[in-house]
Design a protein around this ligand. Sequence first.
Ligand code: ATP
Length: 890
Amino acid sequence: MLPFVLAGLTTGSVFALAATGLVLTYKTSGIFNVAHGALASVGAFLFYFLNVQQHIPWPVAAAICVFVAGPGVGLVLEGLTRRLQARPLTVTVLGTVGLLLVVQGGIDLVYTPGVQRSVPQYLPTAAVDIFGTPVAVYRLIIIGLALAVAIALTLLLRYTQTGLAMSAVVDDPVLLELTGTDPVRVRRIAWMIGSCTATLSGVLLVPLLQLDSTALTLLIVTAFGAAALGAFTNLPLVYAGGLVLGVAQALLQKYFVDTTSLLGGLSAALPFLLLFLLLVAAPRLRSPISGAAVRRTATTAWRPPPMVRGAGAVALLTVLAAVPLFAGFQLNAWTRFLAYGIVFLSLGLLVRLSGQVSLAHVSFMVIGVVVFGHVTAEGHWPWLIAVLVAGLAAAPVGALLAIPAIRFPGLYLALATLGFGLLLQAMFYNQSYLFGALGLGLTIPRPETAGLTGDTGYYYVVLAFAVAVALLVLALENGRLGRLLRAMADSPTGLSANGASINVSKVLVFCLSASLAAIGGVLDGATTGYVGPDGYQPITSLQLFALAAIAIGRLPWYAAVAAAGQVLVPAYVSNEVVVTSALTVAFGVATVVAAIQSRPATIPGAVRRILDRIPAPRRRRTTTVAAVRHQTDAIRLNVDNAVVRYGGLVAVDGVTVEARAGTVTGLIGPNGAGKTTVFNACSGLVRPASGTVTLNGEPIGRLGPAARARRGLGRTFQRMELFETLTVRENVAMGREARYAGWNPCTHLISPRGQRREIDTRAEWAISLCGIEELAVAPVWTLSTGQRRLVELARCLAGDFGLLLLDEPSSGLDHEETARFGDILATIAEDGAGILLVEHDLTLITRLCSQVYVLDFGKPIIDGTPQEVLGSAVVRQAYLGQKEITETRR
Ligand SMILES: Nc1ncnc2c1ncn2[C@@H]1O[C@H](COP(=O)(O)OP(=O)(O)OP(=O)(O)O)[C@@H](O)[C@H]1O
């Protein structure tokens, strides 16, 4: 067993080395480098070039790889990732996926894959005796080297000024700069070290394996598993995780030799299995990046006038219908183009509409073809039924992948989906129940109806599917689910605080996306008629994701553009490896550029301006600003003796508050007194350590934010949670629609006409009450702070909540706006709604509130009428004390 353990420790050390560098850059820049493995490939191939091809002695070659190429690549990466800093995680994932494609394609361009290349072991191979077992010296060198690097990096982070700055730079670069440390320099050092570890791991791995860029890149994905074991932050744990993985893999190889058995594949699949299980089942991992560091960017994609859209759709359909007339021997490429169009439409639902990541779409295609292949071959099911069943079969897998999406959005979801794809390949592709005995492949038949089996007939079958799926996706995008997903992409907190269960939306969209991708996979497979495991490399999922994200145009154009890039361009230009590699590089470059620009891809400005001149047919809005009254029953909210802790800090300590229907209750106190935390405890964003929150006497402590909203508890946020890319009207309407959507998947999909009318009426009423009619069609990200406050209030009013928690609603408003704001709140309270108001404007508090609670340092200090409270010495002391502190600081 010892030889296996030592072999495992050797490869495990290389994983550990790569993983520590990866985590170092992640901790320092907040950007998880999906391309870290590709950098190891760079090290390996450069070493091959220098040592094997140019006969440069190995120490010199290794030094060039590690100390010249490593830092050089690190510098480039720092420059690149600086531009991705504080962007949404989907964008940073996109950027590094693009980088992976560039490196991967670049290496394949120079070194054609499939050619045998190897590097002899250059380290001493002599054996020394350890506990009676001969152990090659090179293994000891690798193990020692990785250990030394891990210790050095840990010491660097813990005890040096640069290291401490590395840990601080993500959380608050501005603060760091104030202490005289340049955050750019700190990040640069981290990226240089991180890239050195990647190239070093490539140089160390290269004699142990055949030289293959994809295999090397994916092998280093093992490092992601090690990083997950160390919770993506703790370097010693990450290092230990690498060793554990290496040894476990070696032992599994020893005991399960038959690689075609399920357990035989376990060794290769272990890191991905672990990564996936950790993200699905482990307690929540704390992201090393604080929420504050992630800035939401918002722009609105250009939308052509309706006439142009209609004409475009007709033109596209006409061209597609005419394809068999001109495609000639390329007709099957066009059929595959349509099938991939369906796959891209399915990806668009996730990536473009709901801002989520899937790096596993090839796996959904696999599930589709496999189920279809088996039910047609063994069950002889009718063709159409088999296609639909294949689609349905992928839905539960989509739901499974939605679990990490629910638990860890963004980066961890990307990793879980990537891990899932690799896991499926490593463990299951060889199983007979997937691609048949010995993984030889499956027959994927076309419909047997006369006329549809031939290439032309089948092309029209797939065209019909593509049109149907495009219409379905269009209906989904323009329907309730589409609105919910767009809102969720902008602010999940804002959406759930209005009553929609975002987990339901996430599961639904994953299921739909997986099903459609599976159908696309079947239609693609039936074009060639026979599929094998080699046609479904998980790494292709990365390219699909990148293309879906960067393709120009709206629905269905982006799918057509992306599918053309994936299928038609290689078919028409050449299927030669050189061309496909060059294309991969081109897609990668485009992806990196798109991520850096972080703007929705669109057609050139000059063309847009011409098209915008085409007048749109006028649509009359039939909604009226009817007198809207509260329908919700009178409501009473009680917080009793609540205690909320953030780690060691007691933010709220024994607070008791009551808010009743038809009255305005004030909650005041100096900055940091715990007011927002009380709100968060009421609306379910934090769980009190003790004490109760009840609504009409019923405890609601176990309910989530959406369920509390559905019971009539609405709120606004101090840091507004608006749907930035939606218009004011859409934002406000969502206040009501989110409650209708609720937790039921059916009500997420269908919005009955009666509800739609009521939603519109309430939205118009709330917009008019808040006096923001002239802003109704403006996207929210274009508004001033004061206007945004009014939009958030209007959204809350449209929600028809019985009790509104308003968190500093007048901050950012001028004097006149505040007075008008007071009028609105008074009207709402007269109308029967209750309001719990956190405000620093004491004039507003005095004017509106019947009861005021005062907090200081998390503790209740007094409550009573505004006159009683504001006249109290203890309150003056609390506020005055703060003023004195502020003045002293100045
Ligand atoms: N997520 C969090 N993690 C750790 N500490 C937190 C968190 N949120 C708030 N705090 C701390 O809890 C205390 C109360 O904060 P809270 O935001 O509730 O006060 P507040 O009265 O609303 O202040 P302000 O008027 O400035 O908004 C503060 O010391 C704050 O730093």
